[in-house]
Design a protein around this ligand. Structure first.
Ligand SMILES: Nc1nc2c(c(=O)[nH]1)N[C@H]1C(S)=C(S)[C@@H](COP(=O)(O)O)O[C@H]1N2
Ligand SMILES: [Mo]
Length: 334
């Protein structure tokens, strides 16, 4: 596969296999306007990744998960844009638990163990508990979702995630009427996350959503990318994806889900409330105090070719999600 990391040219059409599939969520996705369906060829995705990533992935994913992924059904392409190659998606990462540089997560995560994995569910719900990853995933059919992904640092990608709607998971825990938010927490274990020995962030990383945002059909729990299980650097084995929000909302390596009545105290919003809001909806009209949010570098990008493009309100998902915020001042609730 040619190395396109310096050119930004479109992904060749043979990276994607069109497939017409009738899936359970077809009507829902059609309602959202995403009829274009693309299934990805895992073999080609493998070829796009560096060997060490592929090996870590293979070593870490349990057989039952690989089997579940192989049985995934359909999905949706919400962008019509070129995919960001797997080698960018898996080597240009923010995952501060491994280090602050973009290459740290890929380079320092070889010993990360996403199996076995447990998730604690607690707070305002009728079915709290400690669940194995297998319990968490069992009733859900996995699907590909091709989304734009926009980091608050003004770079972006188009990523074929693999997951299932978060709302389908949350409803299994039977949230109580008083539950208005859901909070997520990343694993805290400095033996696996070398940078948790530093005080770069107030560990563990915490994120949260309003419950209606969490239940929106575009919000997914991802277990894979490019048709394979997540490599550690992308948040193995379970991470959130909220495509209309800045990337820091999409918390990685989740070990706890908690239903709350009040707005969760999320890591970035607590650390720098003037720079990072709780809502963090992608908004080209509200600049970060230190840089413009009007445009973004679409990866693969370089100094020579920064590949700028305009940033879209709600990252291009305004039609679907703007209604969640009607009546809210989006400059105040940024
Ligand atoms: N636990 C945890 N989750 C995290 C982060 C992090 O540092 N720690 N970084 C966030 C940020 S800023 C971004 S842009 C995305 C990056 O996801 P990716 O590396 O899979 O592209 O993860 C988000 N989730
Ligand atoms: Mo980010």
């Amino acid at each position: 596969m040619p190395n396109r990391s310096l050119t930004g040219s479109p992904v060749a059409s043979d990276d994607i296999t069109p497939e017409s599939v009738f899936l359970k969520r077809r009507d829902l996705l059609a309602g959202l306007g995403y009829l274009g369906m693309a299934a990805l060829l895992p073999a080609q995705a493998n070829a796009a990744g560096p060997a060490y990533v592929a090996q870590a992935d293979r070593a870490n994913a349990p057989a039952w998960l690989r089997q579940k992924i192989a049985g995934r059904k359909g999905g949706a392409n919400t962008t019509g844009e070129s995919l960001t190659p797997y080698d960018s998606v898996s080597t240009y990462n923010n995952f501060y638990e491994f280090g602050l540089d973009k290459e740290d997560p890929a380079e320092r995560s070889a010993d990360f163990r996403p199996d076995p994995w447990r998730v604690t569910v607690d707070g305002l719900c009728n079915k709290p508990g400690s669940y194995t990853l297998e319990d968490i995933l069992k009733p859900h059919t996995l699907e590909d979702r091709i989304y734009r992904f926009r980091c608050v640092e003004a770079w972006s990608m188009v990523v074929p995630w693999l997951g299932f709607p978060l709302g389908d998971l949350l409803s299994r825990f039977d949230p109580k009427a008083e539950a208005k938010y859901v909070e997520f927490t990343t694993l805290e274990d400095s033996a696996q996350f070398p940078n948790q020995k530093s005080r770069a962030l107030d560990w563990p990383y915490v994120e949260g959503l309003r419950l209606d945002e969490a239940l929106h059909p575009l919000t997914i729990m991802a277990v894979g990318v490019y048709g394979r299980s997540l490599p550690p650097q992308n948040g193995a084995p379970l991470r959130l994806i909220v495509p209309w929000k800045y990337g820091f909302k999409s918390i990685k390596s989740i070990v706890r889900v908690r239903f709350t009545a009040t707005q969760p105290r999320t890591t970035w919003a607590m650390m720098a409330p003037n720079e990072y809001g709780f809502y963090a909806n992608v908004n080209p009209a509200v600049d970060h105090p230190r840089w413009s949010q009007a445009r973004e570098r679409r990866l693969p990008a370089s100094l020579f070719n920064p590949n700028w493009r305009p940033t879209l309100p709600f990252n291009g998902y305004a039609r679907e999600v703007a209604g969640l915020y009607s009546g809210m001042d989006l400059r105040r609730f940024f």
